[in-house]
Design a protein around this ligand. Structure first.
Ligand SMILES: [Zn+2]
Length: 378
């Protein structure tokens, strides 16, 4: 008798019937044979909505309550973020406007009844020696009902024995056809644009990339909340990705790998500790306006005021080294300029923290200041 996959829980219904909550014709038969009590005539039949589910009938106050019950049922089994396209309920639920003297359920009572008023077959595994009677009690069944469900049974059951029972379950199977939309990012492409005016290793983003978005529509089918099918129906590009455009220099680097003395001058202060601080370069003193040249070829990465450095030029030689020229009185280059070894870049001055016109010259390898006199000859 495995037909009882999901049926009305007669026991539970009988209990709610007794409480006057629901009317079940099968069980009401014996009641109906008896003449109706005269006292009932005194009650006034009220407007209501009768809800028929298979053999069971219960009453709600109004069509609005019925709609609320259906909405509650749909929400209970709906997947998160999904839209319901269609809801089917088995057995079919019929609603009718009637007048009744029966008890009228609230939406919550009716909802609870629909979710727990049924029974479904389950396998019970005994955890210890147990009589059929105690198992029957656990599931609100009779011993005969258990025997009817099982071709073979033993009494008592032993630890690990399996037996079919009926446990509380929804009175109905709610099948939902749902639609779920989800967005996922689409990576942008990077397009390289060669720039013959820039040296190699120069990369400049001309236009920032932007990820696109792909919207996927999935059809999800479920029975009482359990997903039975999930099929991707469509994918649609809702946001086109924007390519990133990067300019890449193609010009060979200009560094020769050796430094020349950047100006004519007298060494007025060497590299190293000085007055309790550290002097990161050498000072070459000469008159304001004396020419300063690039110690090697490279790209100007800075040309402007820089605190105690005064007017500062930094040249990146693109080989891991860079040079700094400070306290200048004039610039002949600007940021981004490609300079050749020996090319005039500015003039000696006394800007920033300086006591007189001189060039402060630094050599950095991997960003660390080194003694310039290890690289140039005065
Ligand atoms: Zn200095």
């Amino acid at each position: 008798m495995n037909k009882i996959r999901r049926t009305i829980n007669i026991g539970a219904l009988a209990a709610v019937m007794a409480a006057g909550m629901v009317h079940c014709p099968v069980f009401a038969a014996s009641v109906a044979e008896n003449p109706a009590p005269i006292a009932a005539e005194a009650h006034k039949a009220a407007e209501a909505v009768s809800v028929t589910v298979g053999d069971a009938v219960f009453y709600l106050k109004s069509p609005a309550d019925y709609d609320a019950l259906m909405a509650k049922l749909q929400n209970r089994f709906k997947a998160e973020g999904a839209t319901v396209r269609r809801m089917d309920i088995e057995p079919q639920i019929k609603a009718e406007a009637v007048k009744t003297e029966e008890k009228i359920l609230t939406v919550d009572e009716a909802f609870k009844l629909l979710l727990t008023g049924g029974r479904e077959e389950a396998v019970y595994v005994a955890e210890e020696t147990e009589s059929l009677e105690s198992v029957a009690k656990k599931f609100n069944m009779t011993v005969d009902e258990i025997k009817a469900l099982n071709a073979d049974w033993e009494d008592p059951l032993h630890k690990g024995s399996k037996i079919n029972v009926l446990k509380p379950a929804p009175m109905v199977t709610v099948t939902l056809q749902q639609e779920k939309k989800a967005q996922s990012p689409v990576a942008f492409k990077t397009v390289k644009k060669e720039d013959p005016n820039q040296v190699k290793s120069v990369k400049k983003v001309l236009r920032a990339g932007k990820a696109g978005a792909l919207e996927t529509t999935t059809r999800v089918e479920s029975e009482n909340g359990k997903v039975t099918a999930s099929v991707t129906e469509a994918s649609r590009l809702v946001q086109e990705p924007v390519d990133e455009i990067v300019a890449v220099g193609t010009k060979e680097g200009l560094a020769t790998g050796s430094f020349m003395t950047p100006t004519v001058g007298r060494l007025s202060s060497p590299f190293g500790p000085r007055w309790g601080r550290f002097h990161y370069g050498v000072d070459l003193a000469n008159a304001t306006g004396t020419d300063v040249v690039a110690a090697d070829g490279g790209v100007v990465t800075r040309a402007g005021m820089a605190g105690s450095y005064g007017n500062l030029i930094i040249i990146d030689h693109q080989n891991g080294t860079s040079t700094r020229y400070a306290h200048l009185s004039a610039f002949n280059v600007k940021v981004g300029d490609v300079v050749q070894k020996g090319q005039s870049i500015g003039k000696i001055g006394s800007t920033g923290r300086s006591t007189g016109p001189h060039l402060h010259f630094e050599v950095r390898v991997g960003g660390v200041a080194k003694n310039p006199l290890d690289f140039i000859k005065l």
